[in-house]
Design a binder for this molecule. Structure first.
Ligand SMILES: *Cc1c(COP(=O)(O)O)cnc(C)c1O
Length: 427
């Protein structure tokens, strides 16, 4: 280790945002698959992992898929085919608008486009950093024909599910619940991934438990589970030869990957507890700083605390300018900004990340609709580029927020140093 300017030591090994944590059983299940030569997309690991997931979240069936994005694709496809029967293969949402979370990873949204649909982004509320029920209501006023909503739980914090469901049901729409980041989080005692008409989780390498990759479709409907199983294995009909009546996909999970996930399920609760301890240590460590943690509805929701984030108070922000692909800031005593903190953390070999850039501000989706509680928000939000004044909650949180190292491999001592480094940014 060597001393850096601030008097802290640079971490010898990178402190990650979120990296996998293995425990041993995972490897024994993988070895079991080798021993039995079950090295394809069938086997005991898949069956057991599906059971473990369904049991943990409390739903009827889980279908293991190659990744969360594949699960989302089949989820929106099933929704599209139910809402709009008779569509062309692979085009179940052709010409249809779909209301989507704005502050999320693009995997929430892209599957709508895979099916020919057009995402319309819904504004964000400050209470959980998720889809704003008032904005969703406004969107149904503006686009009364819409019948599908895709909503995520950002960073493992459940959105305002009751309020969102009330709006969705009142308008006779369906919900695809993207619980990719929130596996193990609960809302009024019920697990996320059980509220939607179609539900999805992910086992990507940075998620709370992982198979290195992998995802799952969750449902109470045996019929839907069977449909997803069939579509994910090229939609083969029950016939002596390869017989196909509909468009299929190669989305099934491998029995090797499933072995890792099967082992990880024994440790999901332990991971959640460790993530919560990290969140609380940050919360305690930042007392007196002009920042707040990513919020949740205390007493209503219990996040899985996948990522710990902070939001810097408005009057404690130094000047920061973000272009399309780079950022600059002007240091100021007593103030800081996400760019300064992220650069400082990086100089000590610790990994943070900006808040996920809202979808409505992504170049690929700049022509799509964007609705906040005040109505159609595209013009106001684009004006931000000229004025530098965030027009809405999503851009404001993007501008003032950041994700902190939230790795459960991080030690308490390392986290204490990270807290001190961040404190130093405000000196
Ligand atoms: C990770 C993630 C996904 C996609 O999962 P993959 O397994 O990486 O395909 C979808 N939505 C959200 C919100 C995610 O964070």
């Amino acid at each position: 280790m060597f001393q850096n300017n601030g008097g802290f030591s640079r971490f010898e090994k990178t402190v990650y945002l979120a990296s996998p944590k293995m425990h041993g059983e995972e490897l024994s299940y993988v070895e079991d698959a080798f021993r039995k030569n079950w090295l394809s997309t069938v086997g005991e690991n898949i069956d057991e992992m599906e059971k473990a997931a369904a049991q943990f979240v409390g739903c009827g069936y889980g279908v293991g898929l190659s990744c969360g994005t594949a699960a989302l694709h089949l989820a929106v496809k099933l929704a599209g085919e139910r809402l709009y029967p008779g569509s062309r293969p692979g085009r179940s949402l052709e010409g249809r608008k779909v209301f989507c979370s704005d502050m999320t990873f693009d995997a929430t949204v892209n599957p709508v486009v895979y099916e020919g649909g057009e995402p319309v982004f819904i504004g964000t509320e400050y209470g959980t950093w998720n889809m704003d029920p008032a904005a969703l209501e406004k969107a149904f006023e503006l686009y009364p024909d819409v019948k599908l909503v895709v909503a995520a739980h950002l960073y493992g914090t459940p959105g305002k599910i009751d309020e969102l469901m009330a709006v969705i049901r009142r308008h006779g729409a369906l919900l695809v619940e993207d619980a990719a980041e929130s596996l193990g989080a609960t809302y009024k005692g019920k697990q996320t991934g059980t509220f939607g008409d179609y539900n999805v989780i992910s086992f990507n390498g940075n998620k709370i438990i992982t198979g290195s990759t992998g995802g799952m479709f969750l449902t109470d409907s045996l019929e839907d589970a069977n449909k997803v199983r069939k579509l994910s294995t090229q939609a083969r009909e029950n016939a002596p030869w390869y017989q196909h009546e509909e468009l299929g996909y190669n989305y099934r999970i491998s029995n090797i990957i499933a072995g890792i996930i099967r082992g990880q399920f024994h440790h999901l609760q332990e991971h959640i507890d460790a993530k919560k301890a990290i969140y609380e240590r940050y919360e305690e460590g930042f007392k007196g700083l002009p920042v707040s943690m990513n919020p949740y509805e205390k007493g209503i929701a219990e996040p899985n605390f996948w990522l710990s984030c902070i939001l810097i108070d408005k009057d404690a922000m130094c000047r920061q300018v973000r272009g399309e692909k780079e950022a600059m800031y002007r240091p100021e005593p007593g103030k800081s900004c996400p760019t300064e903190i992220l650069e400082t953390l990086a100089s000590f070999n610790a990994q943070g990340r900006p808040i996920w850039k809202p979808m409505h501000a992504q170049p690929i989706y700049r022509a799509n609709g964007y609705v906040t509680a005040d109505g159609y928000a595209r013009a106001r939000s684009d004006a931000y580029i000229d004025t530098g004044v965030a027009a809405d909650a999503a851009m404001d949180i993007f501008e003032r927020g950041l994700c902190l190292p939230s790795d459960i491999n991080m030690t308490a001592e390392q986290q204490d140093v990270i807290i001190r480094i961040i404190r130093s940014c405000f000196e």
